[in-house]
Design a protein around this ligand. Sequence first.
Ligand SMILES: NC(=O)c1ccc[n+]([C@@H]2O[C@H](COP(=O)([O-])OP(=O)(O)OC[C@H]3O[C@@H](n4cnc5c(N)ncnc54)[C@H](O)[C@@H]3O)[C@@H](O)[C@H]2O)c1
Length: 429
Amino acid sequence: MSSHVTHALPSYLDKNHLGPWGIYLEQVDRVTPYLGSLARWVETLKRPKRTLIVDVPIELDDGTIAHYEGYRVQHNLSRGPGKGGVRFHQDVTLSEVMALSAWMSVKTAAANVPYGGAKGGIRVDPRNLSRAELERLTRRYTSEINLIIGPNQDIPAPDVNTNAQIMAWMMDTYSMNKGVTATGVVTGKPISLGGSLGRTEATGRGVYVTACEAARDIGLNVAESKVSVQGFGNVGGTAARLFHDVGAKVVAVQDHTGTIVNEFGLDVPALLAHVAEQGGVAGFANAQSIDNDAFWSLETDILIPAALEGQITERNAGQITARIVVEGANGPTTPEADDILTDKGVVIVPDVIANAGGVTVSYFEWVQDFSSFFWSEDEINHRLERIMRDAYSAVSQVARDHKVTLRTAAFIVACTRILQAREVRGLYP
Ligand SMILES: NC(=O)c1ccc[n+]([C@@H]2O[C@H](COP(=O)([O-])OP(=O)(O)OC[C@H]3O[C@@H](n4cnc5c(N)ncnc54)[C@H](O)[C@@H]3O)[C@@H](O)[C@H]2O)c1
């Protein structure tokens, strides 16, 4: 049994069904021995500061009234306002949103952007809603969480199944409720509404940049490498295109519609067009369709999980042939799988570094909104790459110093920053 069950759990969680929150607690336990005197404050990290559960009722197009569960969790605000995406997915749970909010605290601290961590979600499959229903759902959810979000309080952004249009509706709803045009309340907005150039691609670009850093560390030539990607949405699709652009072979892609392979390399731009039209990778020409489980054992150099959490487990970790796993998704690797991969010598670039590109350009967007002064795409990509490289190199230095994995090192860097802020602020009152 893992050590986290020895800690007091809030009564609203079931210790037998901790889900992703259990994984997060275990990650905190692993870092605690490295926190020195700051370990005194570690319990702060093991409970979210604020958890809001809301009922989101909407009228469907056929006249039915439907109710959905909505959440906004602010895990830690010691270093700045809350920051984190909003997920629309039928499997969203409180435990999941809590874990995702905590990973945001760690991520903003590891990337050293001045935010805390937060996350939101609605338990809904948006594919079953019309556009008008989706808009009503988004607006009602925004109104319900209105009291805890704001440009200086907590700034939502896109996550799984949410996009720039949904951010525009959120921004409009918040602005209407407040009677001001508040562009800085969400990031990942359309460019016409104070969005930032480069934001859509930022997470995938960060995945690519950190993968290149890790490849350099182990002497792997990215341009000659084979890459496999799970999840071909915003993150996975962009990362795959950037690898393809430098000549790497993207040999396998899996999404919710199936798994396709081509050992000579998939035509990524054509696949992106196919997915935009068909909604998934299934049926793509010039590729072979294989069983989903077989994806994990395919021969590859760089494996990018960029879908959902809990994908690399003790069941499939042993079959993985990649030398580098770059976590585009949040929490894709269970702690057991983490150990199996580490024992095999696989380098794992953890989510809190690998996918921090999104929050970094969200930070740029927020800064640009406040100053109403917008930067060029080149400038944004250049600054993004510098922050990602700096974050990677600080973490890999700590990993070498303490002889720990990049994940533990990222948690050491991040938890130290969060708890230093906590300590120096002191406990109120
Ligand atoms: N968008 C961002 O800026 C951002 C930033 C940081 C982290 N992330 C994380 O990256 C991951 C992907 O986010 P996204 O924004 O690309 O979402 P998205 O909705 O654009 O794409 C999700 C992809 O995952 C695939 N998928 C869903 N269920 C699957 C399954 N069971 N098996 C295989 N594939 C499946 C979908 O088909 C789709 O291709 C999530 O974990 C998210 O939290 C996203």
